[in-house]
Design a protein around this ligand. Structure first.
Ligand code: GLN
Length: 546
């Protein structure tokens, strides 16, 4: 029997609903249950793929190639369960489906309405097969209660509470208890109003998860319980935490999993939780052996949400080497202006990373960062755009191809990076679907790559066949392989058909690796990605030297 937990938010956005959902998933898992997490996004975009990273943060790519909300990244990192296309839906997707059905005449002349047609689509998504033996499906609703665009979603989960057998659903509401400094008091009124709003839609929360800066006084807890019609024990304190991987432990201490099990009548039968791996991670995070400084020379650097998985993967790499990873965010554009700045910012760092990016702005600065890291033997990690920039740097500065560029930046006589359709004639495509045109779409999701025996990456992975997730439109041009390899940058990972360069490395450098995929998407705190562990370990090595 699958049980459903709905997680809604109130008062303000950005309270960390995704993290809360992921942490609860981890707690239920720690008790031996099988979980699946899903996210309902009320915005009208079909998916976040086209949304600005400044506005929406990272686009998280699943194994099956869906571009999804970054919360799915939290779900994967906390539970280790791979998310899929079937775990994220938006209003845009729902309307697209409904309008297509309507045009085909599938509704047989009926008037198509929000209730029941939109709500039915939402329910169908929530109930769609969660897979073998899943005990709990956790469903997070994006936005906050009261948003106009969220209404059909709240209505759909309300209906599910009536339609599913009794005792099979649980509603958790995440709210904020602001602390008013001048009054020296924690305020419960916004939470009361938020729950009132939720109840006016017909949803009575079972549990309140209250974000706060300070402990909730017993009197306030009682008051919240009374006014919101929630058991006092189910008013759970969710205090700010400096370390997100301590959140499952905090929630457990506050009794969140106990209350959830109580809602489902499982208190007596539920196994005790095994939180050993979370305790281990928390301890290691709190007692690092030292620091390493990593410079991230990218775009969108003002907002770390745009590189969410990357930041976490670096933390995981640090866990593997018992160091705290400190990040220095640098806009690529800053390096386009003066050399002095590059030396000043990079000379002391222990690693340089150029992450994924789109468009030409800042590229020249990133290329100079690559050059500096190469010449000064600083560990260099190029991810996606960062690999493309490494190729261009070698081509221009060492292979005698001064005009080397990417067609992403406009027409060039030396397309070291370009659309594959620009250099491969015929149908040598290695895409998921033959109908997909690589020229018009992105290469998304998991693809296999073959590693060169004896290469550094083969050693790091301990394998010759790997699978990694992609999200890019441009590729390194295999036609330049000979010239670039002669200049010292080896092509050590290729697509199985040998056409698409997936990894490059410099055998003459302490650690210089570029990858066309996004390894950060598969890193987990308790299973750090080997490339990140290895990169941070090389950075740690360098920290001993400089
Ligand atoms: N803009 C580049 C491309 O589309 C790189 C994309 C990325 O870094 N994710 O190929």
């Amino acid at each position: 029997m699958t049980r459903y937990i709905f997680i809604t938010g109130g008062v303000v956005s950005s309270l960390g609903k995704g993290l809360a959902s992921a942490a609860l998933g981890a707690l239920l898992q720690a008790r031996g249950y099988k979980v699946r997490l899903r996210k309902l996004d009320p915005y009208l975009n079909v998916d976040p793929g086209t949304m600005s990273p400044y506005q929406h943060g990272e686009v998280f790519v699943t194994e099956d190639g869906a571009e999804t909300d970054l919360d799915l990244g939290h779900y994967e990192r906390f539970t280790g369960v791979n998310a899929a296309r079937a775990d994220n839906i938006t209003t845009g997707q729902i309307y697209k489906t409904i309008i297509e059905k309507e045009r085909r005449g599938d509704y047989l002349g009926a008037t198509v309405q929000v209730i029941p047609h939109v709500t039915d689509e939402i329910k169908q998504f929530v109930l769609s097969d969660p897979g073998e033996g899943v005990d709990f499906v956790l469903v997070e609703i994006g936005g906050t209660v009261g948003d106009i665009e969220g209404l059909p979603f709240f209505e759909a989960i309300r209906q599910l509470g009536q339609e599913l057998p009794r005792g099979q659903t649980c509603y958790i509401h995440l709210t904020l208890l602001p602390y008013i400094k001048t009054a020296g008091e924690m305020k419960t009124k916004p939470t009361q109003h938020s729950v009132k709003e939720l109840r006016s839609i017909g949803i009575q929360p079972d549990i309140l998860l209250c974000r706060c800066e300070f402990e909730i006084p017993a009197s306030e807890r009682r008051k919240i319980g009374q006014f919101c019609n929630v058991r006092e024990s189910a008013v759970i304190q969710a205090m700010d935490s400096a370390n997100i991987y301590a959140v499952p432990l905090d929630y457990h201490q506050q009794g969140l999993d106990r209350e959830v099990l109580d809602v489902f009548g499982l208190t007596d039968t539920a196994p005790a939780p095994n939180l050993a791996r979370w305790e281990d991670i928390s301890t290691r995070m709190n007692h690092p052996d030292g620091d390493v400084n990593i410079a991230i020379v990218g775009k969108y650097t003002g907002l770390t949400d745009a590189y969410k998985s990357l930041v976490e993967a670096l933390v995981h790499g640090g866990l593997a080497s018992n160091v705290r990873v400190k990040l220095d965010w640098i806009e690529g554009e800053a390096f386009e202006r003066e050399d002095a700045l590059i030396a000043e910012r990079l000379a002391e760092v222990h690693g340089v990373l150029v992450p994924g990016a789109f468009g030409e702005r800042g590229a020249a600065g990133m290329i100079r960062a690559v050059q500096f890291a190469r010449e000064h033997r600083i560990p260099y990690f190029g991810i996606c755009f960062g690999m493309q920039m490494a190729m261009i740097e070698t081509a221009r500065n060492l292979a005698g191809i001064p005009r080397a560029s990417s067609t992403e930046f406009g027409p060039t006589s030396a397309p070291v990076v370009g659309l594959m359709t620009e250099w491969v004639k015929g149908n040598a495509r290695e895409t998921r679907s033959e109908a997909d045109d690589l020229g018009g779409t992105m290469r998304l999701g998991s693809y296999e790559a073959a590693l060169m025996p004896g290469s550094k990456v083969a050693g790091i992975y301990g394998a010759l066949t790997i699978h990694e997730r992609h999200r890019h439109r441009y590729e390194v041009n295999i036609g330049y392989r000979e010239a670039i390899e002669k200049a010292g940058l080896a092509f050590t990972g290729l697509s199985p058909n040998g056409v698409l360069p997936e990894i490059c490395e410099r055998p003459d450098h302490p650690w210089f690796i570029g990858v066309q995929f996004h390894p950060e998407l598969k890193s987990r705190p308790f299973d750090p990605h080997p490339l990140f562990s290895s990169f941070i370990s090389a950075a740690k090595e360098r920290s001993r030297l400089v």
